[in-house]
Design a protein around this ligand. Structure first.
Ligand code: FAD
Length: 412
């Protein structure tokens, strides 16, 4: 027996939940997640969400910063939509209950990140994604139209085989449940919000669910995919066989951390960029990779020892404690680090409303390729993209729906 919904959403991160919250006003919504409801990249986001909110900032500056980071390969119209609609979506999220750092006068306490020419990062301590996910799930729980299906892995899209080539509408997905049973979920609209593919790489900052399923399913069904070569690597992930997803924040280099060769202890970043350890992310990641290949080493070292234990414990409590768990005391020894796959800039090609090249199929968030990021994502633009396009896609997804075919999937 197939289950039928108006909106079928694969993914419970910022993009999927943004869509679900808006779509629930218009019909029934199923949200499928591969593991628990909250597990995905969203919950691990640390820094924050970029939005033009300060008096001395402007949409034009955020647009230009995004295009500079993206090496000019961004789609300007999409960048403009994202930047202009960002503040409203951010305020809606706060009104929903997400708590962000505020100044004494109640305004958002905006911070700045690499590549941004102004302070425009709204944040919730260093656990912004966790707070976003908490608030959005709580809001979903208030809406009877939304049903969650955790431990439900979508494995393939269902298409209407009767329709002429190019017109075949996506009708839903086949789903592998935890007990090994495969069930059919039908949707008048099918939405892929399955996040990135970091786990395809040996080292990644992403959790285990980030295996690129959405892109693979869409590709098999014939959807257009683009820019998959633009995978953003974070320069420093802890190198330890049991800790492949632990990010060593850029802030450590910001506070004076030095990258050294494992064998000789030589600092090497000055050979690559005048800003040495503070060069842009992609430059540092490529330099580390080049040195690892040149020397045959399996990692490089990030040396913080000159800063002293008291300071390190106070400034980086989580990183200090986690490194200790893996046998590394960063106060007395360097941290072994490697570059790690962090963000999928490409994905399923969509228009400005999340429509893919296949009728009935939408893609939002990290799995999509809207054109926002170009060759390289600007920090804190991805939660923003999920909020904006998750919301925008609903209007398009409400366009008149043809009837679902009764022949599926038993005749397969
Ligand atoms: C460590 C870290 C720090 C980050 N920091 C920031 C930051 O500060 N600011 C920022 O803007 N961005 C940051 N990012 C990037 C950002 O978190 C993600 O790009 C964003 O959260 C993606 O949201 P999403 O909704 O598209 O996907 P996700 O949040 O990854 O959600 C994907 C969902 O899809 C589900 N799913 C996957 N496959 C299937 C399947 N086959 N069937 C059913 N469900 C499936 C998963 O279970 C999950 O629910 C960070 C990322 C990481 C990993």
């Amino acid at each position: 027996m197939a289950r039928s919904f108006d909106f079928l959403v694969m993914g419970g991160g910022v993009a999927g939940l943004s869509f679900a919250l808006e779509a629930a006003r218009h019909g029934t919504v199923a949200v499928l997640t591969k593991r628990s409801r909250s597990e995905g990249n969203t919950v691990y986001a640390q820094g924050g969400i970029a939005a033009v909110l300060a008096d001395d900032d402007s949409f034009e500056r955020h647009v230009e910063d995004t295009i500079v980071a993206g090496a000019g390969l961004n789609k300007r119209s999409i960048v403009e939509i994202t930047v202009k609609e960002g503040p409203a979506r951010l305020k809606a999220l706060a009104a929903m209950g997400a708590e962000f750092n505020r100044k004494a006068n109640g305004d958002f306490d905006l911070t700045r990140e690499g590549g941004h020419s102004k302070r425009r990062i709204v944040h919730s301590g260093d656990v912004t994604g966790k707070e976003v996910e908490r608030a959005m799930l709580a809001a979903c729980d208030e809406l009877p139209n939304i049903t969650f299906f955790p431990d439900a892995t979508a494995i393939d899209l269902i298409r209407d085989r009767e329709a002429p080539h190019g017109k075949a509408r996506v009708q839903g997905v086949y789903v592998l449940l935890d007990d090994g049973v495969i069930e059919t979920f039908l949707g008048k609209v099918t939405v892929l919000a399955t996040g990135g593919a970091g786990k395809v790489y040996l080292y990644t900052s992403n959790p285990d669910v980030a295996t690129g399923d959405g892109v693979a399913m869409a590709y098999r069904a014939g959807a257009r995919i683009a820019n998959m070569e633009f995978y953003q690597f974070h320069p420093t992930c802890l190198f330890h066989p049991d800790a492949k997803s632990f990010l060593i924040s850029e802030a450590l280099r910001g506070e004076g951390g030095k990258l050294r060769l494992k064998s000789t202890g030589e600092r090497f970043m000055k050979r690559y960029h005048e800003l040495a350890e503070l060069a842009p992310r992609d430059v540092v990641a490529r330099a580390i990779d080049a040195e690892m290949k040149r020397t045959g080493a399996d990692c490089v070292h990030l040396d913080m020892t000159h800063l002293g234990k008291a300071y390190l414990v106070e400034r980086f409590p989580t990183i200090y404690a986690t490194c200790r768990e893996f046998g590394v005391d960063m106060a007395v020894q360097p941290i072994p680090v490697v570059p790690a796959a962090h963000y999928m800039c490409g994905g399923i090609v969509t228009d400005e409303h999340g429509r893919t090249s296949l009728p009935g199929l939408y893609a939002i968030g990290e799995v999509s390729c809207t054109g926002l990021h170009g060759a390289n994502r600007l920090a804190s633009n991805s939660l923003l993209e999920g909020l904006v396009f998750g919301h925008r896609a609903v209007a398009a997804a409400r366009e008149p729906w043809p009837a679902l075919h009764a022949r599926l999937p038993e005749d397969r």
